[in-house]
Design a protein around this ligand. Structure first.
Ligand SMILES: [Mg+2]
Length: 256
């Protein structure tokens, strides 16, 4: 195992840190054990409370269109048309959301409603973003050293800002220089990292990408970006080969 000083040295020449979220800044269980259960438990109350709002009706309309497209799938729930009794439509919308989530669907209709529900949940403090204890001190140290910090996650930029804007320690958005999601490209494609390098105006060789996924690290390296694979509790175990091939760390506190 490398001495911590070697890792600090590695970060010395870095101008930009690029951070993954799940399994890196945040427990991999946060989405699975906090965000998704929140939707299942509150979707009925949320729709009831916001039903009259235009945004909510647009969410329901999108769910209805998705249900029509899914009509042939086993277990799919149809949503009655607009003119039907409110409670029948609402109950069907709830059932449709629960079915989509059970089937692990990634539809725009589902994501849009989830995004609106999480926005409300963060705003009222019902949900708080989790970051590991070593994250905020590292962000402060890196920025004090003149480095910039960006996020790159498959969660939307809006979802990223909600998480970091409402953590258990309050908002830490002011410690971040910017956000990227898959609009810039998939996380396993080298091209995405070239685009990010160009977007932040920093040569790839001066960027360090921290992620828990070795496929993402390999893609970043292909683009000339330095990487370190983060091993947090609950992450998928690295193989012996992966451990040989990639630099690894279990905490950000060794990196400054
Ligand atoms: Mg990750």
């Amino acid at each position: 195992m490398e001495a911590p000083s070697d890792r600090s040295l590695m970060v010395d020449n870095v101008l930009v840190l690029l951070l993954d979220i799940e399994g890196c800044t945040t427990p991999i269980t946060f989405v699975k054990d906090v965000l998704f259960p929140y939707i299942k438990e509150h979707v009925h109350d949320y729709l009831t409370e916001h039903w009259a709002e235009e945004e909510c009706q647009a969410d329901v309309q999108l769910l209805r269109q998705q249900a029509e497209a899914d009509a042939q799938l086993p277990g799919a729930v149809a949503i009655p048309c607009d003119g039907a009794a409110k409670q029948a439509v609402l109950d069907a919308a709830v059932a449709s959301v629960l079915w989509q989530m059970a089937a692990d669907r990634k539809t725009t209709a589902l994501k849009q409603l989830q995004g609106h529900m999480w926005r409300a949940a963060y705003a009222c403090g019902e949900v708080k973003g989790e970051v590991y204890a070593d994250v905020v001190p590292a962000l402060r140290a890196w920025r004090a050293a003149g480095k910039r910090v960006y996020i790159y996650s498959s969660g939307s930029v809006e979802a990223q800002k909600l998480l970091f804007g409402h953590t258990t320690d309050g908002s830490i958005l002011e410690l971040l220089d910017g956000h990227f999601d898959t609009k810039i490209g998939a996380k396993v494609e080298a091209e995405s990292y070239k685009q990010i390098s160009a977007a932040v105006g920093c040569p790839a060789s001066s960027i360090l990408f921290l992620t828990d996924i070795t496929k993402e690290a390999a893609a970043a390296e292909e683009a000339g970006i330095r990487t370190m694979v983060v091993e947090r509790p609950g992450n998928a175990e690295l193989t012996a080969d992966e451990r040989k091939r990639f630099q690894t760390t279990s905490t950000f506190s060794l990196l400054h």
